[in-house]
Design a protein around this ligand. Structure first.
Ligand SMILES: Cc1cc2nc3c(=O)[nH]c(=O)nc-3n(C[C@H](O)[C@H](O)[C@H](O)COP(=O)(O)OP(=O)(O)OC[C@H]3O[C@@H](n4cnc5c(N)ncnc54)[C@H](O)[C@@H]3O)c2cc1C
Length: 495
């Protein structure tokens, strides 16, 4: 009997989205289920850089840098308006390396891999006009990478997968796996948001469940390689508090780790930390020590800015699903390679980066081939299916919404942001929003970008939610309380 689908994908982060798109493009019938919301995990809580992994050169992982640089360039070409180049200024501070000479050798290679020259050098005398207030000991190296909106990138990939026939279900949990007489995994029991369970037969499952890989593996009685979940936290400040025109990177004075600050959607992101995060049962949040660490980083490089905790608008923390080396090493030294592992029809995909999601998806599907023998090899060279630009719509909305840009990019701008009311309406109607945080944290980023977690917007949002989702006034009130409570707990500034 024909199964319900060829491929069941677990996890609606960028990895699962990438697998769903790649599989749908190759003609597979795909179902993706996400236990919480699309991009709920690291894929909405990253540093939002589409980067070539300059620092991997230091550890000799040339192949990882090559792959990342190539993917960065492809994403820049294909998603203008969503993935955008940004200039970096790497301040050289003593005693931490890399020194100017080593850095310039690395940047020469970085440029070579990208096929374009972006490297440069600024002396101490150049710094005041380049980045006013930045402290350096030996000038700065200049290079380029890119930034994105991680959650919208994930949603755009999912949108493309859906347009090719993939079925997507958020707030849907896997409760059991089913095996055939030969012990191969051939289906799953899924509990939907309505609480009902249903069985779904498939040929193969790809688990792209990030750091929660162990939960799925336990259900399958399998033992894939161990992950080392590492938490990274960020601060978001109003840009006027430290007006940077480009990204700045430097070494933290306490441990020599790279840290950065850069302008993003009219605000300033400061990041990041890298700490063991063994408790996967609760939503990650910044700890007081991380706040202190990031403020100390800012004070070291921008001593006259006087940035304090009172300037921080909000925070977020994400968990990296890093493959454990099982060696006694600092978190930042663990490899950022991805892992693909397969057994009995279950393929597990973890690790890696936002930037390289296409390569990870291809690797996962190659590992799934024993259970999908008819799977064609990739025939396309682009990451996303190409669309003719929608006439008259600026790039920002083309990048975020692709073929749907004309429908979404409507209505007035929400003051102080680049989000239109039409985008919220479109998300409410077509993007499976179930909770206010789905809308304000991932479909849009208003919960981060607007002061007070966008609480002032809620009265105007209420009639829109009631009209599009059929919520009662009481339902909206419950959602509002739940949203503000969660935001304060997981995106607030620790005391
Ligand atoms: C602090 C930080 C900074 C980073 N910065 C960058 C960066 O600047 N650039 C870059 O390229 N990369 C960056 N990364 C890495 C990148 O964000 C991650 O590699 C990527 O987002 C991981 O995506 P994922 O889909 O594998 O995992 P996730 O995004 O965590 O998604 C896993 C999803 O699976 C769901 N799930 C779990 N169990 C189940 C189940 N049983 N059934 C269904 N669903 C399930 C979860 O709810 C979750 O939504 C960063 C990561 C972190 C944490």
């Amino acid at each position: 009997m024909k199964p319900d689908c060829d491929l069941l994908v677990l996890g609606g982060g960028i990895s699962g989205a990438g697998v769903a798109l790649e599989a749908a493009r190759r003609g597979l019938r795909v179902t993706l289920v996400e236990a919480r919301d699309y991009a709920w995990g690291a894929s909405s809580r990253s540093s939002k850089l589409v980067h070539g992994g300059l620092r991997y050169l230091q550890s000799g992982a040339l192949h990882l840098t090559r792959e990342s640089v190539q993917e960065r360039e492809a994403l820049l070409r294909e998603l203008p308006g969503l993935v955008e180049r940004i200039g970096f200024v790497m301040a050289h501070r003593r005693p931490f390396g890399p020194g100017r000479r080593t850095m310039q050798i690395g940047l020469r290679l970085y440029d070579h891999l990208a096929g374009r020259r972006a490297r440069g050098w600024a002396s101490n005398a150049d710094i005041p006009w380049l980045v006013p207030g930045l402290a350096t000991d030996d000038g700065a190296s200049l290079y380029e990478d890119a930034t994105t909106d991680d959650a919208r990138l994930t949603l755009r990939v999912l949108q493309e997968a859906r347009s090719l026939g993939a079925e997507l279900h958020n707030h849907t949990t896997l409760t059991a796996l089913q095996r055939d007489a030969r012990g191969q995994i051939r289906g799953a029991t899924l509990r939907g948001p309505d609480g009902f369970e249903r069985s779904l037969a498939c040929r193969c499952i790809v688990s792209a469940s990030g750091p929660w890989l162990g939960t799925v593996a336990t259900l399958a009685g399998a033992a894939p390689p161990r992950l080392r979940p590492l938490r990274g936290s960020h601060l978001l400040l109003p840009l006027w508090r430290l007006p940077l025109a480009r990204a700045v990177a430097w070494r933290h004075p306490e441990d020599g780790r790279p840290v950065f600050a850069y302008p993003w959607q009219g605000r300033l992101i400061v990041g990041t930390t890298d700490l063991d995060h063994p408790d996967l049962g609760t939503e990650p949040r910044i700890q007081p020590e991380e706040l202190r660490y990031l403020l100390a980083a800012l004070a070291h490089s921008f001593p006259r800015a006087g940035v304090s905790a009172a300037d921080v608008q909000c925070t977020w923390a994400g968990v990296r699903p890093v493959i454990a080396s099982d060696q006694p090493m600092a978190p930042s030294q663990e490899s950022r390679e991805h892992l693909v592992w397969a057994q009995d029809g279950l393929v597990a995909l973890a690790g890696g980066k936002l930037t390289t999601f296409r390569r990870m998806a291809q690797a996962a599907l190659a590992a799934a081939r024993p259970w999908l023998p008819a799977l064609p090899l990739p025939v396309h060279h682009d990451i996303l299916p190409a669309h003719a630009p929608v006439a008259g719509v600026p790039l920002r909305w083309q990048g975020r919404w692709g073929a749907l840009a004309g429908q979404a990019a409507r209505g007035a701008l929400i003051p102080g942001t680049t989000t239109r009311w039409g985008e919220l309406r479109h998300s409410l109607l077509h993007e499976q929003v179930r909770h206010l945080d789905d809308l304000l944290l991932r479909r849009s980023r208003l919960g981060l970008l607007m002061p007070g977690f966008a609480a002032d917007l809620l009265p105007a949002l209420q009639p829109l939610c009631q009209e599009t989702l059929g919520w009662s006034a009481e339902h909206f009130r419950q959602e509002r309380d739940r949203y503000l409570d969660r935001m304060t707990t997981t995106h607030g500034v620790p005391a």
